[in-house]
Design a protein around this ligand. Structure first.
Ligand code: FES
Length: 105
């Protein structure tokens, strides 16, 4: 740990266009690998707490399969479907060497 930055996963484990579930610091997280890079969000949908680890990414958008809310994984913002006042928590992420880190606190 370093000023809230936490090492999460080997970047090479996540194919482009996919994500992986990790737990760190008591948080349930998804590490997304998209064309713009690696991004970290909560894995739990803010609508009704569905776990989105098996929900597909389309570009930078993840769609919750429960009721179809859509989130921009770069920012956590609701896009198109959902309550814009209930974004998906997101965290700053960096790749250091081959590892993905996120600032979790
Ligand atoms: S629980 Fe995700 S959209 Fe309802």
């Amino acid at each position: 740990m370093n000023d809230g930055w936490v090492e999460l996963i080997d970047a090479t484990e996540i194919p482009l266009g996919d994500h992986r579930f990790v737990e760190a610091e008591g948080l349930r997280l998804l590490v997304h690998h998209i064309a713009e890079g690696y991004f970290v969000t909560a894995s739990t949908c803010p609508h009704q707490e569905f776990e989105m680890d098996r929900c597909a990414l389309t570009g930078h958008v993840i769609t919750c399969t429960e009721h179809g809310w859509k989130f921009d994984v770069r920012t956590g913002a609701v896009v198109a479907v959902g309550d814009e006042d209930s974004p998906l928590p997101s965290y700053r992420a960096e790749v250091r060497g081959a590892r993905v880190w996120a600032k979790l606190f």
